[in-house]
Design a protein around this ligand. Structure first.
Ligand SMILES: [Zn+2]
Length: 349
């Protein structure tokens, strides 16, 4: 069976987030056939760990779920597989599943982590479910998160903050607006600042991370003859490694200082921390020269940050073009899978 055919077996199982039972059953069943692995099922997550006594342990992690899409549209040729989740990230899962089952003659111990609900809110993440139930299963010296990276190393990740700004005003009749303060007009001033935001470049470990700020939701209005006393805007702020939640919040309020008034309320709705690139880590620097392309900064948030929070340096490294992830025509190619398979094997051996 080719890697593409193995990936096809996973793509034909519908596993939109919160619907991972069937694919978890499939993966668990395969892993249990390999005698050298200790396999643990927690909800719809499966962890298979080698049980030898080598000094180091490498964690290789991938999510089982996909974003919503049309699971019926699957097309397999000898060169590529088109289908929901082919790129993000069932191609890499197929490589992980195949290597996990191979008899274990490696340089390091390995733990293969297949987890549920990565594509939805972080609070529901299967990786956090494993961390809560069996933190021992996530112990290791380094982690590879096999998200699609085009076969290169995407180091670290951006942090992501959602902030709601509630804008105050004073209600009045629209015929006599001078007796009030229009909170929607004030929102315009805030949006003006946000839309003029210039992405900030931050160099970390020689890699360039870009910060981004976007308005993602607005609310407001009372009635068509009322000057509104309330409006709100929700911002998504993507920050470079190194900023913590307080620093990110302070930076944002400073940026908006000139347009915020007393009575306005700034609330952090959620915060996912960034992760450092860790390029100097011994295990990560062993992986770097095996990859043809130079490492680059990860654009976006991934579970490398979850591993970082657990004290485990991690990188993003997997098959598939990251620009195809979440697209309706996503695909992965046989040569992408072969490259990922070879590099991962060289690294672990
Ligand atoms: Zn993904």
């Amino acid at each position: 069976m080719t890697l593409l055919e193995a990936a096809h077996d996973l793509v034909v199982i519908n596993s939109v987030s919160r619907n991972e039972k069937e694919i978890a059953d499939f993966v668990e069943q395969r892993l249990r056939l390999a005698g050298h692995l200790s396999v643990t099922r927690i909800g719809d997550n499966v962890v298979a760990s080698s049980t030898g006594s080598r000094m180091k342990r490498v964690l290789i992690a991938g999510h089982l779920d996909t974003v919503p899409g049309n699971p019926e549209r699957v097309e397999l040729t000898s060169e590529r597989l088109i289908g929901l989740g082919a790129c993000d990230m069932k191609g890499s899962l197929a490589v992980m599943l195949a290597q996990a089952q191979e008899s274990d003659q490696r340089r390091v111990e390995t733990s293969w982590i297949f987890y549920a609900r990565e594509e939805i809110s972080r609070a529901e993440s299967g990786l956090l479910e494993i961390a809560a139930a069996r933190p021992d299963l996530l112990r290791g010296d380094v982690a590879i998160v096999a998200e699609p990276t085009g076969g290169t190393i995407e180091a670290g990740c951006q942090g992501s903050m959602r902030v709601k700004i509630e804008v105050s005003g004073a209600r009045a009749h629209t015929a006599r607006p001078w007796t009030g303060v229009n909170a929607i007009h004030r929102l315009g001033q805030i949006l003006e600042v946000v839309s003029r935001y210039e992405p900030l470049s931050v160099m970390v470990d020689g890699l360039e991370f870009q910060e981004q700020l976007q308005a993602v939701l607005v609310e407001g209005g009372v009635a068509s003859n009322v000057v509104p006393d309330y409006s709100s805007v929700t911002l998504n702020y993507r920050v470079a490694p190194g900023r913590d939640e307080d620093e990110a919040t302070n930076h944002l309020t400073e940026m908006l200082q000139s347009v915020l008034h007393e009575g306005d309320v700034v609330t952090v709705l959620d915060w996912a921390p960034p992760a450092q690139p860790h390029l100097a880590n011994e295990e990560i620097s062993r992986l770097l020269p095996l990859v043809a392309l130079p490492a680059r900064a990860k654009v976006g948030w991934t579970d490398v940050a979850t591993f970082a929070q657990l004290g485990i340096p991690a990188v993003n490294f997997g098959a598939g073009d990251p620009l195809l992830a979440h697209r309706s025509d996503e695909y992965v190619t046989e040569s992408e899978l072969a490259d990922f398979d070879r590099t991962l094997r060289d690294y672990l051996n």
